[in-house]
Write a protein that binds this ligand. Structure first.
Ligand code: NI
Length: 136
């Protein structure tokens, strides 16, 4: 029997989506408003999901206090109120799309969560657009 626990978190960040090898016109055509050279912000909503067996002594899949702290330290402190392109090294040469941000977050958290627990990340870039990644 496995149970999934979820923790919600939030950060605001700016980004610009573009491909250096394309013309401005093609970038504008593919990325729309997200190609704005002067950047723009999103209110990102993050859901971190951890799946595993219930520990018989605690009744927990994972101690949520610890999960909260890991997300605060590793994600919120690194990403909140940042320009992702300019200030977060992972995106120096990686387009900060919701897809790529979700993969980066998953990779960071995977290092901090016991390997016997399954991890998946859901990232909302807008209330209607969101992506999920579980390491596959
Ligand atoms: Ni955008």
């Amino acid at each position: 029997m496995k149970v999934t626990v979820h923790r919600k978190a939030h950060f605001n960040a700016a980004h610009r989506l573009y491909n250096n090898e394309w013309t401005d016109a093609r970038n504008a055509s593919v990325f729309g408003k997200c190609a704005n050279p002067n950047y723009h912000g999103h209110n990102y909503e993050l859901i971190v999901s951890v799946k595993g067996k219930i520990h018989p002594e605690t009744g927990f899949v994972m101690d949520m206090k610890i999960l909260k702290e890991i997300i605060e330290q590793e994600i919120e402190e690194q990403f909140d109120h940042k320009n992702l392109n300019e200030e977060v090294s992972y995106f120096e040469s990686l387009n900060p799309t919701a897809e790529n941000i979700a993969v980066v977050i998953w990779n960071i958290l995977r290092e901090r969560i016991e390997s016997k627990l399954e991890l998946s990340v859901t990232l909302y870039e807008t209330p209607r657009n969101f992506v999920t990644y579980n390491g596959e």
